[in-house]
Design a binder for this molecule. Structure first.
Ligand SMILES: C[S@@+](CC[C@H](N)C(=O)[O-])C[C@H]1O[C@@H](n2cnc3c(N)ncnc32)[C@H](O)[C@@H]1O
Length: 319
């Protein structure tokens, strides 16, 4: 599929958003990622795995895995099919977890330490909670919440399989947690439900029908409510990481701008990640101005390796 054909399959309003944000060179990469999809990425789960043993099995199955330089124990399996990975003993044993590298980024900015109480407000199927558990070696209490029962079953299965014994599963509406558990958590990850523009893969001659502007606006409303709840549930001095796998500003910068206007004890901290396929958070979109601090957030541009993501880190002032 050519870029021209890809654009024919995308809604005009989405193209308009993309073209208002990115340069021509960046747009080519985005469209190419929509056409070709992304290489399979995975993480070695060191809660269970011996890295050398996993590498031996990958070599035996002729799977070339390239180490990712900025995410510990993350690999890019160039040329391998997800099905091939799923057939490995390492996969069946929970020694590896298939997850895009972009999706491994938010936990890295949570300032993790041992013995914290951590909430993952929208957690299923668990990629980020599992990574948090791995990073702190199960030495914390992680509440992994998700409102969707079917996705929660997958979350429970993954926790068991990966040996992530520090994770407890909750099934609440995230919007209610702040009222019930006020000032309770040291760290909160809000990986919000979103329109997923960073993970689009187009099929030949098929229009992308799942996207429309109305959905974006309803996601944006939900995200603000989830953020309010996360703010209330966070202890003074605690950290919230907000992330989505979408590109439009209404689900990203607008949520953080809303939060900074509403809560004057919140401040943004800079996400330091030196990778080519990224730009800073937007401080302006068309005629809208967002809080000047928004450059501290990061936008990952989707390419052949990584999904498109937005990540912002906020700290609540100690009283
Ligand atoms: C982007 S996905 C989360 C992916 C997950 N963090 C991971 O890394 O595997 C968003 C999740 O939010 C959940 N969700 C949507 N609305 C919610 C709400 N009001 N409260 C709690 N969870 C919600 C969805 O069921 C979905 O699983």
């Amino acid at each position: 599929m050519s870029i021209k054909e890809a654009k024919n399959n995308l809604p005009e309003e989405l193209i308009e958003i993309l073209e208002s944000i990115y340069t021509n060179g960046q747009l080519d990469k985005i469209y190419a990622s929509y056409i070709r999809g992304r290489y399979i990425n995975f993480r070695i789960n060191t809660l269970k795995a011996n890295i050398n043993e996993v590498m031996k099995e990958l070599n035996k199955n002729k799977i070339k895995a390239v180490n990712c330089s900025f995410v510990k124990n993350a690999f890019i399996a160039k040329g391998a099919k997800e099905r091939t990975l799923r057939n490995l003993e390492s996969y069946k044993e929970g020694n590896i977890y298939v997850q895009n590298i972009s999706s491994m980024l938010p936990p890295l900015f949570l300032d993790l330490e041992e013995n914290l109480t951590i909430l993952d407000m929208c957690a299923a199927p668990g990629g980020k909670s599992l990574y948090v558990a791995n990073l702190i070696n199960n030495n914390a209490t992680i509440l992994a919440n998700d409102m969707n029962e079917i996705r929660r079953k997958r979350l429970e299965y993954n926790i068991e399989k990966q040996g992530a014994s520090s994770i407890i599963v909750l099934g609440s509406d995230g919007r209610t947690i702040g009222k019930r558990l006020k000032n309770y958590f040291d760290r909160i990850l809000l990986d919000a439900p979103c329109s997923g523009e960073g993970i689009i893969t187009l099929k030949k001659n098929k229009k992308l029908l799942s996207w429309n502007k109305k959905k974006i606006l309803s996601h944006s409303k939900m995200q603000k409510k989830l953020f309010d709840s996360a703010y209330n549930a966070l202890k003074p001095g605690g950290t919230i990481v907000y992330s989505t796998c979408t590109i439009n500003p209404f689900e990203n910068e607008e949520i953080i701008d809303y939060a900074l206007n509403k809560y004057n004890d919140l401040r943004l901290e800079k996400i330091d990640l030196d990778i080519k396929n990224s730009i800073r958070g937007l401080t302006k979109y068309k005629d809208k101005n967002y809080n000047e601090e928004l450059y501290k957030a990061i936008r990952i541009i989707p390419n052949e390796y990584m999904e498109g993501f937005f990540v912002a880190k906020l700290v609540k002032r100690n009283q």
